[in-house]
Design a protein around this ligand. Structure first.
Ligand code: TXA
Ligand code: MG
Length: 316
């Protein structure tokens, strides 16, 4: 039933039902349209990356409707709560230390010990999040490398039937993505300039906000900023015959009797949804000194999976 639907109350309720059952819904925010899924439905999160044709797993922004929700989700402090009180709902996103360690959230966090959160200033987005009863992760609702969508038609042109429902709430008023600040350290670091000016944050906090660009100690883009999760155990990829001392993670027929298999039916979405959880589990087991993983086909989501495991297997 994909297509564009006017964002009236009935359609928002239908959209919330879709979110709860692991489907993808594109919805308006004040910045750009987001391609949303429940943060807790890892297979739906994997479908976001597939629909966007993203060759890597970026961590996604969780959209919430109440600041109270942060309590179980992330570690907060007075500075976080003051910024939320002043600028939410609005185009400001926080990177925080992750408190909710459910494996279902691993893909949305790209395996990182952080979560990225914002409260959008749009009645349709807030209604949808509230009715869904879950945080909604949403990158901009466009194919990778193409321009960000500010109307429902842009979303349809870019993603078409890859989205289960597009809620049309008119044009986005801000039109650029949210400003992202990292609040995990003592100093506030801006990872992406966006809809809220740096000066507004500085004058409110009465302290400087560091720019990640131009500071030699800090990488210049969110992508580079990411410390990728890598297992502590030596990790070998593209393995068809594991050594006896290797904990094996299979895929499809390879490793059918392995202790973990990313997807016995060789489904790349299912494999992506398990990837970070299984890498963590393999790392936590104590019976093997090494980890090995079966080959993953390099098509569709396999590109993102291979990108990630290649980095994780890299050792100096
Ligand atoms: O305005 C917006 O922020 C829109 C609307 C839909 O809310 N969303 C959006 O999401 O722009 P996305 O996924 O297109 O951009 C989020 C950026 C990515 O570049 C990602 O790498 C970065 O934020 N990011 C997310 N979590 C991060 C983290 N924990 N550390 C560093 N960078 C992070
Ligand atoms: Mg984007």
């Amino acid at each position: 039933m994909s297509g564009i639907f006017s964002a009236n109350s009935d359609n928002i309720e239908r959209a919330a039902q879709l979110i709860r059952t692991g489907k993808l819904v594109a919805f308006p925010t004040e910045t750009v349209y987001g391609l949303g899924a429940s943060a807790y439905e890892a297979t739906a999160v994997a479908r976001i990356f597939e629909a966007k044709n993203r060759p890597t797993f970026n961590p996604l922004i969780s959209h919430i409707a109440h600041t109270d929700f942060l309590n179980g989700y992330a570690y907060t402090d007075d500075r976080v709560l003051a910024l939320a009180k002043r600028f939410w709902p609005g185009p400001l996103t926080f990177v925080l230390k992750r408190k909710d360690l459910s494996p279902a959230l691993d893909l949305a966090s790209a395996g990182l010990p952080t979560v990225t959160v914002r409260m959008p200033n749009h009645p349709v987005a807030l209604h949808l999040i509230e009715s869904s009863g879950v945080p909604i992760v949403a990158p901009s609702a466009n194919r990778s490398q193409s321009i960000s969508p500010t109307t429902a038609q842009h979303v349809w042109q870019s993603l078409g039937e890859r989205v289960d429902m597009i809620l049309d709430g008119g044009s986005c008023t801000v039109g650029v993505e949210s400003t992202i600040i990292d609040l995990t350290g003592p100093q506030v670091v801006m990872l992406r300039p966006g809809g809220l000016a740096k000066e507004d944050i500085e004058s409110f906090l009465n302290e400087p906000v560091l720019l990640s660009a131009g500071n030699p100690d800090l990488p210049s883009s969110p992508g580079q900023m990411l410390k990728h999760y890598a297992p502590a155990h030596p990790f070998r990829i593209n393995v068809t015959h594991p050594e006896p001392d290797e904990f094996f993670i299979g895929f499809g027929n390879i490793g059918a009797d392995a202790p973990l298999n990313l997807s016995p039916r060789a489904d790349l979405c299912e494999a992506a949804s398990h990837l970070f959880d299984y890498m963590h589990r393999a790392d936590e087991q104590t019976h093997f000194q090494k980890i090995a993983m079966a080959p993953i086909p390099n098509t569709g989501l396999g590109l993102a999976i291979n990108d990630r495991i290649r980095r994780a297997s890299y050792r100096q």
